[in-house]
Design a protein around this ligand. Structure first.
Ligand code: SAH
Length: 218
């Protein structure tokens, strides 16, 4: 489907299957649709060619422009926490390689994703299009402001660490919507936060410690 010869396909499929079992299932991710997406999406096509053989390793990888593709477990965990299903509309801030967007797109109805580095926005939009995704919409811009035109969103996933939760994202969250965001100083350990909107009010919980690249402003 993604234009690989069968030897490569076998090698990457085996690595991907092992990644899901060892890094994701064994650490407690249970959502079957999320696991299915992690087993399906060819992560090696989202990293620079020279890191292809490391694509299924248990860590983030450099994707250029000082940015990274998140660790596979973190992608799976954040996606599960967002409670995705086929009825939902998601917004991602920080498209990066497009990998998190692809995982979401396997499970939800539509994914809107914003990237502040123009080259990454262009490259990932192209990559996702070539892979055949028709339910992912990527734009270049400052995700701080969200994407009002398509709001409200059932799911908002932020993949860069902000010092504070951007107010426009809270406004663009649907009723019962879930916002997952790493909060903290750039060089420090950050905390992954979940916000749920219930009867217009925000319920906040603290999930785990993480390390993400900094949230930037234009
Ligand atoms: N989700 C990505 C991870 C990318 S790392 C993936 O799956 O590959 C975080 C990304 O957030 C970087 O590409 C960075 O450029 C981007 N970013 C940082 N601040 C941003 C902002 N204000 N709006 C949109 N994107 C931002």
């Amino acid at each position: 489907m993604f234009g690989l010869n069968s030897d490569q396909k076998d090698r990457f499929e085996i690595a991907r299957e092992r990644m899901v079992t060892v890094q994701i299932v064994d650490r407690g991710v249970k959502d079957q649709a999320v696991l299915k997406a992690m087993r399906k999406v060819p992560r090696h096509l989202f990293v620079p060619k020279e890191y292809e053989s490391e694509a299924y390793d248990d860590n983030p990888l450099a994707i250029g422009y000082g940015q990274t593709i998140s660790q596979p477990y973190i992608v799976a965990y954040m996606t599960e926490v967002a409670r995705p299903d086929a009825t939902k509309k998601a917004l991602e801030i920080g498209t990066g390689s497009g990998y998190q967007a692809a995982i979401l797109a396997e499970v939800v109805d539509k994914v809107y994703s914003i990237e502040i580095v123009p080259e990454l926005a262009r490259e990932s939009a192209e990559r996702l299009k070539n892979m055949g995704y028709k339910n992912i919409f990527v734009k270049y811009g400052d995700g701080y402001k969200g994407w009002k035109e398509f709001s409200p969103f059932d799911i908002i996933i932020v993949t860069a660490a902000a010092e504070q939760i951007p107010e426009p994202l809270i406004d663009q969250l649907a009723e019962n919507g879930r916002l997952v965001i790493p909060i903290g100083a750039p060089a420090a350990v950050q905390e992954l936060i979940l916000l749920v909107k219930k009867n217009g009010k925000i319920e906040k919980s603290r999930l785990t410690f993480v390390r993400f690249v900094p949230f930037k402003r234009l």
